[in-house]
Design a protein around this ligand. Structure first.
Ligand SMILES: [Zn+2]
Length: 271
């Protein structure tokens, strides 16, 4: 059981945002750190710096899927960690966990863009750890179970991480909850879900065409699943400074637990 567990959002936006960073986050479990996705590019380095997180203390990463707004930042993370390794500023290995599809894409981009010498770290000290639907691993000293979200667009895994007995943090990735994953999401202590925009603004932002949910949809789903704490992210960046208030107001109408609409670089204490 973690004595301290903290979620820090490095980014909270969807793929096309320009006023915040793409959705990715760090989970701190006592003195260990897990990076989940890395956004769409070099901006990940600025976000880590602003959050006072040093890559030399991050040894595990999970990638949900191979879309640009999640995986391209991982190439930068790999590049910087190799640089740290080469200058003896990184101890041990860096493990990247995902399904075969995302690992193959990451490997391909790294091979095409890194120097041969840097690329040779992959498989040596940069470990690509493939996981399968339903598999459980120990990550940062905690049980982490991976599940296929059954995306029709791109192979994507979510996960359930055991913070403490019966207290799981569940990440659904960047698509709406799929009923096939009831066993993971039901009664989640923390549920991380995408919410593209407000229900009232669905005609403007057309979330359903992009296979995304509104705040209302996500809140109703969380209520039905008897979730305790709901975190909404991967949103549009329209009226960003008002997002917390506007989204919270809509979510409260349908979900009775605690609602978090974090801004970039905001941290949430989980335990
Ligand atoms: Zn996305």
């Amino acid at each position: 059981m973690a004595l301290q567990a903290k979620l820090t959002l490095l980014g909270t936006g969807n793929a096309l945002v320009t006023h915040c960073y793409n959705t990715c986050f760090v989970l701190q479990l006592d003195d260990k750190y897990l990076l989940v996705d890395a956004g769409g590019g070099n901006g990940i380095l600025a976000q880590l710096e602003k959050a006072s997180l040093n890559l030399s203390s991050i040894h595990e990463m999970f990638i949900t899927h191979a879309h640009t707004d999640h995986i391209l930042g991982a190439v930068w993370v790999v590049r910087i960690i190799i640089k740290l390794m080469k200058s003896d500023k990184y101890q041990g290995n860096f493990t990247i966990i995902s399904h075969k599809r995302a690992l193959d894409v990451l490997e391909t981009i790294c091979k095409a863009t890194l120097s041969p010498k840097d690329h040779s770290f992959l498989g040596q000290r940069i470990i690509l750890k493939e996981v399968h639907d339903g598999q459980t691993l120990s990550v940062c000293g905690h049980n982490m179970s991976f599940f296929d979200i059954h995306s029709t667009k791109e192979k994507q895994f979510g996960f359930s991480l055991e913070l403490a007995p019966s207290k799981n943090l569940v990440c659904l990735g960047d698509e709406p909850y799929c009923k096939l994953n009831y066993q993971y999401a039901s009664k989640a202590y923390f549920l991380l879900s995408e919410a593209f925009c407000l229900f009232d603004e669905k005609e403007i932002f057309k979330p359903y065409e992009k296979h995304h949910s509104t705040v209302k949809d996500a809140a109703l789903m969380a209520q039905e699943l008897e979730v305790q704490n709901l975190v909404l992210y991967h949103t549009d960046d329209n009226l960003l400074s008002l997002r917390k208030a506007r989204y919270t107001k809509e979510a409260q109408q349908y979900f009775k637990g605690n609602i978090f609409i974090p801004d970039d670089l905001e941290s949430i204490d989980l335990i």
